[in-house]
Design a protein. Sequence first.
Lengths: 369, 369
Amino acid sequence: MNHKSGANCPKRNDSPVIYGHGSRAMDDHNTPVSPPSGRRPTLSQVAAAAGVSEITASRALRGGGLVAKATADRVQAAARDLNYVPNRLAGTLAGGSSRQVGVILPSLSNSVFADVLNGLEDRLEDAGYQPVLGISNYDPAREQRLIENLLSWRPAGIVIAPADMTEASRALLVRADLPVVEIMDVDAAPTDMAVGISHHSAGRAMAHYLLGRGYRRFAYLGHAIDSDLRALARLDGFRGALGEAGQTLAQCLTLAGSSSVKLGREGLARLLAEAGQPPDLVYFSNDDMAVGGVFHCMAAGISVPGDLALAGFNGLEIGQALPVPLTSIASNRAAIGIEAARHLIERFTGGTPEKISDVGFRLIPGKTA
Amino acid sequence: MNHKSGANCPKRNDSPVIYGHGSRAMDDHNTPVSPPSGRRPTLSQVAAAAGVSEITASRALRGGGLVAKATADRVQAAARDLNYVPNRLAGTLAGGSSRQVGVILPSLSNSVFADVLNGLEDRLEDAGYQPVLGISNYDPAREQRLIENLLSWRPAGIVIAPADMTEASRALLVRADLPVVEIMDVDAAPTDMAVGISHHSAGRAMAHYLLGRGYRRFAYLGHAIDSDLRALARLDGFRGALGEAGQTLAQCLTLAGSSSVKLGREGLARLLAEAGQPPDLVYFSNDDMAVGGVFHCMAAGISVPGDLALAGFNGLEIGQALPVPLTSIASNRAAIGIEAARHLIERFTGGTPEKISDVGFRLIPGKTA
DNA sequence: GCATTCAATGACAGCGCTGTCAATAGGGGC
DNA sequence: GCCCCTATTGACAGCGCTGTCATTGAATGC
């Protein structure tokens, strides 16, 4: 439901205004309020306040009905009064299973991973788990270091979008002997579980679609593809399907740097400049790049798809909001995060989810190809 | 540096292909490799293997030169042989300071926060800290729950982009008595430290710029603004500056839902449909919305900025890659993350960074206004 | 009425590690 | 030759909590 308001949108009282860039000294560092008895309250203090033993307090606070209602109420009241915040480090150390989940992603500048993380966080949080994050920047060494670091927190599980795992990384995960979900790609055999789509198939599917639309002179424009294994898999599938149909990739340009609208825009300009006979379709490594391509065409007066057709991957919102919606493949990103969370949680609760879960993709016809 | 390759982009061996959506049963669940002696190795096992006491092993592993070189080497070798992974839960519990940092953001679907998180993670990671993430979805109650949860892991510090902190949330943070960085906005007095820009000033700056360009009939198009306090602050500053110049906001439309290109596109259509006398400029709550506005104009044949001028906020890459680059304000997102990390780390190491750090913004003239 | 059962609570030990203080052994100074 | 100092190592306790078993008292059954 939308609500509008004529010329009187929400206002707020005038607040202090700071112009430009600068910083204020940390002068009046207000002393922390109430360091009550030196430290933060512990369970034993709560127990004492409620007149019960530590373990009873523990049980009362964790719930589970092992404690008489009246007692439990008393304990909870005491905890509230003392502003007790449990120490899960101690709890986990003593009791066993952590409620943290290690999450390793190759990047966050790509909105794809942000979407996955969003879905993942939401479900984990609801189940009482907290993600501990690491970004590998597509660097296998950093990825390995992250795995070690995260494991040292003894997480309940790991979710990883592998960049290019070293053998050592894989060994670490295997030895750790905890649920591990490898996300994004289901083409390779996972260490433990995998949730994602087949990027190889996605590439093939797009090729089939485009062949069916009658395109014949294909070009590819990609970003630093060596470190993006999934983009490589799509290209591989794309080219494979072309080959089976007796076609080839007439032109193929990959640019250093991570994918972006800007790179796609500049890249397309360059690709067309270098082309002998221009392609009738350009397949981009993803939607960011493809949207850049659309922008180039707009600016250069190239009619899409009349003069040149464009196709991407991911089904990003921006591509669909374009004046001419982008031909792409919806990669079901949020579903991957949600599904990964489900796998972990199921495992935590004693279940045995499928080893490989393919959330599937969907071709979006769009209007650019 | 770019590298291109004619028609022979990187290939890879054909990999197994899975079509469409589905899942394979978890049949051959390979038994975990080597649960060596039932559990994972502990420090005491490493110590035993190296023929030293636990504490010596601990010191050797942590470095610091308190242990004779030869002994340290022996311990490290033993640790490697046993595949020892330290248990930081135990370490933190015994020793004191954690190496986790709680991070609370209102959303991740907005690339702005992904950018901040990216910068933050990078610096924290380099300093040996791990972010533990929570997403509040602009919900104060969830925000408070997240604070409680994160505090229970006894993090070394907290970074929070406040959605609309409850009194209880604020009290939790104060009592926790740890470094807290409130990010994004420096307009209000922070609990502890703040890193960001003044959104109020950003709104004013844009108003001044646009007034200088001669626009007089202003409209505003925003998303669910009640929960996005920073967008509200910008609008507030914008309107304030207009008022000082004797101008008013002729039209103001806010739409339910989070900001998106689609919402901006549809919103602008609606705003123009509802307008009596059409505005000569539309100020959007942010660049996502504004890009949507640009798309609407393209599709509807409205010339920008001739017929209608548009302005946004954030300086997103997409806006600048548009055929007509967007007039906007660069909000220095990565810098906020980096700066927040710096503040925390400085605090961890005994320093006293500034209480408020304004990373500043920059007006991007663009070509849409 | 007495054994039996169950609900409610508690004592104890220990999770894996590190801070503190103590012990040991050489080396150097006088 | 004796004492002091430093470098190196270790013993001990304890971080805050929970699993396991034990204890208590009251309710139940016959």
